[in-house]
Design a protein around this ligand. Structure first.
Ligand SMILES: [Zn+2]
Length: 342
């Protein structure tokens, strides 16, 4: 087989070079060249037949395709917009170690218990480690199908053989395409692997969960480059000691900005039933400087306690410091209060 040809394309101006360079020779931007596969141009002549078929809209049945699958977690279902949408592609992004794999493994164990055909692609952990993790969640993992693989061609082969209904790729940055010379995790690799899995998900009609790491130093390509491709983007945020908040920042099948709250326990992520209780301190008497606000997050009202403290300043100009709230928005609100409410 002839070696697949690749080219480096500048993400800023679109200029192409055969070799990687740190700086684009055309527009002068740094670090914008990304490796891409050159598609063979002679598809038409080589008897190319597409697998898709145009149909009339009345031939399309909506019943099965709109039945959402319950993940077994109410909070996760809420963030997804009422359950897992069949044949959708969901990106689950967050910092390493925040609980993305734990949450997905919990969901997969719930689904396999309900006799759905599942496949967990583990690119970072061995299958023994995965089983250990499942045991810690104190749920049976007997029927969960898993494969430790990072080669995208091998994964495509397994997906065609097994024909699963729900697939988790953990993580997208660990997968690589042998046609590209770049290391796993770089922009070209992440984009190519995600695009190939996305295409298969839509062709074979399985739901795909991509786990993507957000790293502070940017050593690996972040989930940002995949956001436009996928149907749903969920971010893990608020890494406090115990609680994990997930938020849908994009959702083609439901409202964005929907929140889900979990508590990290020794046996996995547990749902928090009364979310407001997390943000409230029980005062038996009214306290000066404390006020309860009702904030609307997604479709759910949340009660949040706001605390304020005023002290004498030892500096010439007093400072205003805020934590957990946008500083510029605070300045704006204070300016309005000063101007219109004296
Ligand atoms: Zn350029």
């Amino acid at each position: 087989m002839a070696k697949t040809k690749t080219t480096y394309t500048c993400q800023n101006c679109g200029c192409q070079t055969p070799r990687w360079m740190g700086k684009c020779s055309d527009c002068g931007e740094w670090n914008t060249l990304v490796e891409e596969i050159i598609a063979p141009p002679d598809r038409q002549q080589s008897g190319f037949k597409p697998t898709s078929k145009p149909v009339k809209m009345r031939q399309i049945s909506l019943e099965d395709s709109q039945k959402r699958i319950h993940s077994g977690s109410k909070e996760f279902d809420r963030v997804l917009g009422g359950g897992i949408f069949p044949a959708s592609v969901v990106l689950l992004a967050g910092e390493p170690g925040i609980g993305k794999s734990t949450l997905m493994l919990q969901v997969m164990l719930n689904l396999q218990n309900r006799k759905l055909k599942t496949l967990y692609i583990s690119g970072e952990e061995s299958l023994q480690q995965l089983k250990n993790r499942a045991n810690r969640l104190s749920k049976s993992s007997d029927e969960l199908m898993a494969v430790a693989e990072t080669d995208i061609q091998a994964i495509e082969y397994h997906l065609a053989q097994i024909k699963p209904q729900i697939v988790v790729a953990d993580s997208i940055q660990a997968l690589y395409s042998p046609e590209l010379s770049g290391a796993p995790g770089n922009v070209g690799q992440v984009r190519d692997c995600a695009a190939r899995l996305f295409r298969l998900a839509k062709e074979q009609q399985f739901t795909l969960f991509l786990i993507g790491h957000v790293t502070k130093d940017g050593a690996v390509a972040g989930p940002k480059i995949l956001e436009h491709l996928v149907d749903v983007v969920i971010y893990f945020e608020g890494n406090t000691q115990q609680h994990r908040i997930i938020r849908a920042v994009k959702n083609r099948f439901g409202a964005a900005n929907e929140l889900g709250v979990f508590e990290m326990r020794h046996n996995g992520l547990c749902e928090v039933n009364n979310v407001s209780s997390l943000f409230l301190n029980p005062h038996h008497q009214p306290m000066a400087g404390s006020s309860i606000v009702c904030s609307y997050e997604g479709s759910r009202p949340l009660l949040v306690e706001v605390q304020a403290l005023v002290g004498r300043s030892s500096y010439g100009t007093p400072q205003r410091i805020v934590s957990g709230f946008d500083h510029r928005r605070l300045s704006l609100i204070l300016a309005i209060l000063e101007k219109h409410c004296n």
